[in-house]
Design a protein around this ligand. Structure first.
Ligand SMILES: [Zn+2]
Length: 70
């Protein structure tokens, strides 16, 4: 196991200056990208490396031609 619990890196914004928004690029074509869970871990590890934390996620589903949902 890792020494750091990755779940600890998902915290709400509190103005520490290292609040980061995680971005996952998802696809319905399974082989095109790594799994969302794998990407989550990659992002959390990257956040940890810069001393930051993740306040939320922006998931890009790569839906071509679809209008933005509001
Ligand atoms: Zn913060």
């Amino acid at each position: 196991m890792r020494g750091t619990d990755l779940n600890m890196l998902e915290r709400p914004y509190y103005g520490c200056g290292k609040c980061l928004l995680g971005v996952r690029r998802l696809s319905r074509m399974k082989l095109a990208t790594s799994s969302p869970e794998r990407q989550r871990e990659d992002v959390l590890v990257a956040a940890e490396a810069v001393g930051g934390h993740i306040i939320g996620w922006a998931d890009d589903w790569e839906v071509s031609g679809a209008p933005p949902t509001r």
